[in-house]
Write a protein that binds this ligand. Structure first.
Ligand code: UDP
Length: 315
């Protein structure tokens, strides 16, 4: 079975990919600088290399014997990217250039890249297709778009997967893999930890949506990784495809709270708050291309995403 380099394999999404890949019989090398990830999240059956995208020698060494790369590593906090745009460009864009250069040295020409819906910016289409205008509104999204363009220009076999809102957790044979961000900014983990003393803040109740709160497209992390594994098999020589990954439908913040209330069997304390800067009202993916190109269909609903997150926290 092929040997795959997984950059960022100690993070939430990357570690889930590593576990699923080893369970499918792939030989996996994880490359991660542990700036955001956790060494204990790396499946023990994978080879772990602690290294940075900014270290070309470490990248070159880690890639020895690999046939393909799944590239998750990079800085990923929108708010931080606004404060430190140069850092985001350096780590994400220059770091990925180092990765592509190291791959070229080894003659490795297959990559699946973790891009983002943030490349589209303020959405002009609902749902958003891969043809929709890409006009990022923050340096994080700009860095992901720059990488997509760089990969296109490189002429290698590539699929960029543009994630919408990833949620849920995975119970691998080595334990639960879940979001462990500090500080946590994502809706579902915050809904689950809301208390009377520290209620969830609903960011905006005056949006032009069915109940006035923001709508997002949530996709279970396991479904998301299934798409990466399918993408590895769908790479075509010298072709770069861009593919959205979401569920194809949206939930409002109030709907997320209501599903969480059902899963938890108790009320979720919440207060109405002003809109959060930079938030669009509605972000929903068209997943027509993911279905046709990858043969992918997400199967885990929002209730499963929330109940898996709860189980991962009860461990
Ligand atoms: N949200 C909220 N309260 C919070 C965190 C998030 O109302 O404490 C809303 C946010 O405005 C957005 C949705 O929940 O509409 C999802 O936000 P998240 O940060 O999870 O993901 P994003 O869509 O920003 O990538």
């Amino acid at each position: 079975m092929s040997r795959i380099l997984v950059t960022g394999g100690a993070g939430y999404v990357g570690s889930t990919a590593v576990a699923l890949l080893v369970e499918r019989g792939y030989e996996v090398v994880v490359f991660d600088d542990l700036s955001m990830g956790h060494a204990d999240a790396v499946d023990p059956r994978a080879t772990f290399v602690e290294g940075s995208l900014l270290d070309p020698d470490a990248l070159r060494n880690a890639l020895a014997g690999c046939e393909a790369v799944i590239h998750f590593a990079g800085k990923s906090l929108v708010g931080e990217s606004v404060e430190k745009p140069d850092l985001y460009h350096h780590v994400n864009v220059d770091g990925t250039q180092n990765l592509l250069d190291a791959m070229a040295i080894h003659g490795i020409d297959r990559i699946v890249f973790s891009s983002s819906a943030a490349t589209y910016g303020q959405p002009v289409d609902d749902p958003i297709t891969e043809e929709s205008l890409a006009a990022p509104t923050n340096p994080y999204g700009a860095s992901k778009l720059a990488i997509d363009k760089m990969i296109s220009a490189s002429g290698i076999s590539a699929i960029s997967l543009r994630y919408f809102n990833v949620a849920g957790a995975y119970e691998s044979s080595n334990g639960w893999l879940a979001e462990r961000h500090n500080p946590e900014t994502h809706l579902i983990p915050l809904v689950l930890r809301a208390t009377e003393a520290n209620p969830l803040k609903i960011f905006g109740t005056d949006w032009d949506t069915k109940d006035g709160t923001c709508i997002r497209d949530y996709v279970h992390v396991v479904d998301l990784i299934e798409a990466h594994i399918l993408a590895l098999g769908a790479l075509k020589p010298h072709v770069h495809e861009i593919v959205n990954l979401g569920s194809g439908g949206g939930y409002s913040v109030r709907e997320v709270i209501s599903v969480a209330t059902k899963v938890l069997g108790r009320a979720v304390p919440a207060v109405e708050s002003p809109r959060r800067a930079g938030d669009p009202g509605t972000l929903v993916a068209s997943i027509v291309k993911a279905k046709s190109l990858l043969g992918w269909q997400p199967t885990r609903d929002l209730e499963t995403m929330i109940s898996d997150t709860v189980k991962s926290q009860d461990r």
